[in-house]
Design a binder for this molecule. Structure first.
Ligand code: UDP
Length: 253
């Protein structure tokens, strides 16, 4: 069997050339990193959970008409996605203050924001992904004004969708990060939600107890990360032995 070509190895995923032109295989690793990779560990089973959870969210977004790069899950650790050019921005949406925003502005973690706030960070590990304004984005040509309008509207639609899905299972979506890809179709480009959506890139708190069910468990040494992610998957009804079914809404008890 021919060895497949590795395109890129990131902190939590490895990308391989897909079987058809314009496709990529995303392999979800068990590596967990925080603080710009200063903290690193292997968390057994994390990759499997994130693969299935990301599939669940991307399928759901597709069902409400939000374009994503997701094509199909291939196995427990891999999914096939459309290859796209990643816009070099981390798009962060916040519903409650937490993390870097709480530190920067001195707002207590958990304070509800008057409306969702969208922030942009320039994707550059060496610089620590600095916060940037739309002025920087336009001036340095990272995205056009039209792109920014589309990105804002995508980010808010993803926020509404995810907030509702989590609320239904007793989880508060505090904030999350998405990445946006450009897909070219002939002379046209379309923006799609790319990368992954998982507890690695969201802050998720149990509504009743405030228990953290996201990567802060790892960042802040709060217990077992696998237990936290499994609890999210269990509540959404998509454990590895019961993965999402494309096209079918999942019943939650
Ligand atoms: N986030 C992410 N990757 C990053 C930075 C942030 O997925 O490189 C997510 C993070 O998990 C949280 C949200 O974006 O859900 C906001 O993160 P914040 O700016 O508060 O940074 P942090 O406190 O995590 O450093």
């Amino acid at each position: 069997m021919a060895r497949r070509k590795k395109i890129y190895e990131g902190k939590a995923k490895t990308l391989y050339e897909g079987p058809e032109p314009g496709t990529i295989v995303q392999y979800f690793k068990d590596d967990a990193t925080a603080f710009n990779a200063e903290k690193h560990d292997i968390i057994e089973g994390k990759g499997v959970l994130n693969n299935i959870l990301s599939e669940f969210f991307m399928l759901g977004l597709g069902q409400i008409g939000v374009p994503t790069h997701f094509l199909k899950r291939l196995n427990m650790r891999e999914q096939l996605v459309r290859s796209c050019e990643i816009v070099p921005l981390e798009v962060i949406v916040r519903n409650y203050a937490a993390g870097s925003m709480s530190k920067r502005l001195g707002i207590d973690e958990g304070t509800q924001l008057p409306r969702p706030i969208v922030e942009y960070c320039y994707k550059d590990d060496a610089l620590g992904d600095p916060l940037v304004s739309e002025e920087h984005i336009a001036a340095f040509g990272w995205a056009s004004q039209q792109d920014m309008d589309d990105i804002l509207s995508l980010a808010l639609r993803v926020n509404d969708f995810l907030s509702g899905v989590f609320l239904a299972v007793g989880i508060r979506l505090v904030d999350f990060k998405i990445e946006i890809g450009r897909v070219y179709e002939g002379d046209f480009q379309r923006l799609v939600v790319a990368d992954e959506i998982s507890p690695d890139s969201c802050r998720l708190w149990d509504i009743k107890t405030g228990q953290k069910l996201d990567k802060d468990v790892f960042r802040r040494d709060l217990g077992s990360l696998t237990d936290a992610y499994s609890e999210v998957a269990r509540r959404l009804g998509v454990m590895p032995n019961n993965p999402p079914t494309p096209g079918k809404p999942t019943l939650v008890n």
